[in-house]
Design a protein around this ligand. Structure first.
Ligand code: 26W
Length: 817
């Protein structure tokens, strides 16, 4: 019976798609190009979503439940079509419907451009959270910026990274709805006048520049949920699209300048994920996001409840890293200057509303703004921060009276800079790290002095990933295998993953599991051949490191390891029996010269191997261009080995590690970030750990006991590897050799050699890799068992668990009924 009904549904969908083609695109199935078919298909499911969305808004308003504002400068959403179909439980029907129309679903999916409005982990986390929150029926609105250009597209030309603009909106964005009626004004520059009236001090902001913030809303469907979340992205417009007056006055230039001032704000995402850039435009972007979001939040509450005194009962705000911090002084401004609240009254509300998630302990990433620039751009916000800081420092003096250096370290303003993290930890109700280890580091190091005063503020909530996208969408076959061997709905309940542990020793299950891996490898091979013309051996081991290019993530160490294998193979061609394909995918920040140089090095190593007819049969290096969410979806399920090799203490959590684990790759990694918790979940026998611990790294740094020169002297293997960087064997790409990298490893910049302990950990990595390889080659049955355990234990890393924990510990939301 089920099939008949489903058959009918498929027919209906097919008819609907044809109808959409004619009605909205003016074309027939025979004439339509793939992008038109994409639009028609997406348009059909969109109709259903819009209905659901509207109903849900009505419900949530009627129930008057507390709402979460999840503020983030980045939302790395990727594609929406397949995800929406899965969550609407229509995936198979749409696939079949297109098939009935003679169309390949997978080709249509490829027509959608990724929404790449993020750099990496932090932006993708925000996207995973929205999916989970919608699935769990939490009332949430994600608030961000509608960058006209997302993260740059990466091309590799002659072994080097070239950046190109990501014009993702060119073909339109079918999922968004413009809401001009909800536009608000955001004011920059100008000066502040204070007037005493009978009602008290009146603040007037004069001579400001106005930018109009226009929201675009996007529904984020949860799985089997009637309460889609909303992603609200703000776009900047000038107040007058065209100023006829200035034109007539002959000051057309000025009119154009005003427009440019405004519209540049939401033009492009800054492609930096580690270094704070004190650029004026970046500050404008963040205030724009903060102000628009806070204004609408207050307005909405006033309309619904009439009284702003109850604001903190009905809203909670999570700020994703410090980027949206200005929402805090902005809410103070609105409550005081516009709503007539006194300082204490306003501050009491603000303190209850905000919470801050830290995503990195690298001091160079902590946001600080030049005080003069800040004052000039945001005069009123600056005043408010000054007052907030005075009161805060007064309080600190009670505890730390004698320790001036502690107080000045904790101050929101110092050294002519305005410090966002200090503002956050001073005001926010909860401050959280993104893995247990990272939480500990925040308490013991970065925010130690604040932790001593407010220990209850500090918590750790381990990151997660949505298993709808990272299993069901990315690896439909594995998802089906799990469904076939479990009871209950794994997509709704991540605890169900563990049920497959029962089949760990089941030969037929193992066989199916392994076949799926093989098919995923073929799928990726097909993709990379089509995209880059690279042919890879699908019988080789796929060893994958995909993540942003950064020294602390140590792609360089992986690269040196490949040089090592090359050298071994040169001496002994049968050193490896089973071939290995090393797959890298990574974007480097355009201004990060060393990161770009490592990309160049990877290509040199690749060329060196490709030029050797014997060795290239054993090892191959592949660099996947333009790493993105959709590349990850294709690549991660194909991996045998997951490289998670950051210097201990530096990767706050990592989330790629979780995606690999879920898809049955075994981790070779350091005891860093969430690797520690993967280790705890799967047990020592199902993960390969190597390298210095956080304590060891800490001690070497503290006591200056690490000298890479000694490693180099004592270990001939390491010496040979390093020398390869400068001896001329590597094919040259560009003008230079790799002596900069060599220098920095052995002698260091500014007297600090090998800051990321690459040479220190390399011997231990090589040794551990041998075990990894040996297990794969000589004990493949054990390998598969380990992989199954990894998948079985990955439920813990579902972002459903993560957001439930945020809710218990921070938000305290009720679900929409
Ligand atoms: C100011 C420039 C800048 C921009 C972005 C500095 C820092 C960032 C982010 C904090 C970088 C980031 O994405 N961090 C990653 O966040 C993930 C989600 O919590 C973690 O899993 C990663 O370990 C962390 O590097």
């Amino acid at each position: 019976m089920g099939t008949i009904i489903s058959g009918d549904r498929v027919k209906q969908i097919a008819a609907k798609i044809e109808h959409k083609l004619i009605n909205t695109l003016g074309t027939t199935l025979e004439e339509a190009a793939n992008d038109e078919i994409y639009k028609a298909t997406a348009g059909c499911i969109r109709d259903d979503i819009m209905t659901k969305w509207a109903e849900s808004r009505k419900k949530s308003d009627a129930q008057g439940v507390k709402k979460l504002y999840y503020m983030s400068a980045e939302f790395l959403m990727g594609r929406a079509l397949s995800n929406n179909l899965i969550n609407m439980e229509m995936y198979k029907d749409y696939r079949q419907a297109l098939w009935k129309l003679g169309i390949d679903f997978d080709e249509i999916v490829e027509e959608e451009t990724d929404a790449g409005l993020g750099n990496g982990g932090l932006g993708r986390l925000a996207a995973c959270f929205l999916d989970s929150m919608a699935t769990l029926n939490f009332p949430v609105i994600g608030c961000g910026i509608r960058y006209e250009f997302g993260l740059f597209k990466q091309k590799i030309m002659d072994g080097m990274q070239v950046e190109m603009e990501d014009d993702w909106l060119r073909e339109g964005n079918i999922w968004e709805v413009e809401r001009p009626e909800l536009s608000v004004e955001v004011h920059f520059n100008g000066y502040i006048e204070e007037h005493w009236t009978e009602k008290g001090l009146k603040i007037i902001h004069k001579d400001y520049n106005t930018v109009v913030a226009v929201p675009y809303d996007m529904p984020v469907i949860g799985y089997k949920s009637d309460t889609p979340a909303t992603l609200r992205l703000w776009s900047a417009r000038s107040k007058q699209r065209f100023d006829l007056h200035s034109f007539n006055e002959g000051i057309y230039d000025k009119a154009m300048a005003d427009q440019a001032f405004a519209e540049v704000i939401s033009k492009v995402l800054y492609p930096a994920d580690d270094h704070m850039q004190g650029k004026m435009l970046r500050l404008k972007q963040f205030y724009f996001l903060a102000s628009a979001t806070m204004q609408l939040m207050v307005k909405h509450h006033k309309e619904k409840k009439g009284d702003l005194h109850t604001l903190s009962d009905y809203v909670t705000v999570q700020i994703n890293d410090t980027h949206p911090t200005l929402a805090i002084p902005e809410l103070m401004r609105i409550l005081m200057d516009e709503e007539g609240f006194g300082w204490e009254e306003a501050y009491a509300i603000v303190r209850k509303i905000f919470n801050y998630t830290n995503h990195t302990i690298m001091t160079e990433a902590l946001e600080c703004w030049d005080e003069n620039m800040f004052k000039l751009l945001l005069p009123r916000i600056y005043q408010i921060i000054c007052v907030m800081n005075e009161k805060y420092c007064d309080k600190l003096r009670i505890y730390y009276g004698e320790h001036h250096e502690k107080i000045s370290k904790m101050s929101m303003i110092g050294n002519n800079q305005v410090r966002m993290a200090n503002l956050c930890i001073a005001v926010c109700h909860r401050v959280n790290g993104v893995s247990q280890l990272h939480g500990d580091i925040l308490k013991q190091q970065l925010f130690h002095d604040s932790y001593n005063l407010y220990p209850q503020k500090y918590i750790a909530i381990t990151n997660g990933i949505t298993h709808r996208r990272w299993l069901a969408l990315a690896n439909p076959q594995l998802c089906q295998l799990i469904k076939d061997h479990t009871t209950g709905d794994v997509l709704k309940d991540y605890r169900i993953f563990e049920q497959i542990l029962l089949f760990k020793n089941d030969v037929s299950f193992q066989h199916k599991y392994q076949q799926i891996k093989q098919q995923n490898k073929k799928r990726f091979a097909k993709y990379i051949e089509k995209k880059q013309g690279v042919v890879i051996n699908t019988d080789s081991i796929f060893d994958v490191q995909c993540k942003r290019m950064h020294e602390y993530k140590r792609q360089l160490m992986k690269c040196l390891h490949i040089i090592y294998l090359y050298q071994q193979l040169k001496k002994q061609p049968d050193y490896l029996s089973t071939p290995i394909t090393f797959i890298f995918a990574a974007k480097a920040a355009p201004g990060y010269a060393r990161a770009k140089d490592i990309i160049r090095l990877i290509h040199s190593v690749k060329d060196m191997i490709d030029a050797d007819p014997v060795i290239r049969e054993k090892i191959q290096v592949v660099f996947v261009e333009n790493y993105s969410v959709s590349v990850a979806e294709n690549l991660i399920p194909a991996a045998d080995i997951s490289e998670q090799i950051s210097t201990a203490g530096m990767e706050a959590s990592g989330t790629g590690n979780m995606k690999f684990m879920m898809n049955g790759a075994l981790t070779i990694g350091t005891m860093d970030g969430a690797n520690v918790e993967i280790f705890e979940q799967v047990g020592a026998e199902n993960i390969f750990i190597f390298g210095a611990s956080v304590e060891e790294v800490g001690n070497m740094k503290r006591y200056h006991t690490y000298n890479p020169g000694t490693v180099f002297e004592k270990n001939p293997k390491i010496r040979d590897i390093c020398n390869c960087l400068i001896d001329g064997e590597l094919p040259k790409i560009g003008k230079q050799k790799y002596s900069d990298i060599y220098q920095s490893l052995l002698f260091g910049e500014y007297g600090q050699p090998d800051q990321y302990f690459v040479l220190y950990d390399l011997p231990s990595y090589i040794e551990t890799y041998d075990k990894v390889y040996n297990t794969y080659v000589n004990h493949y049955d054990e390998w598969i068992q380990k992989a199954i355990v990894n998948t079985a234990k990955s439920g813990f890393f579902s972002s459903d668990r993560t957001v439930a924990e945020y809710n218990d510990k921070i938000w305290k939301l009720s679900t929409i009924k």
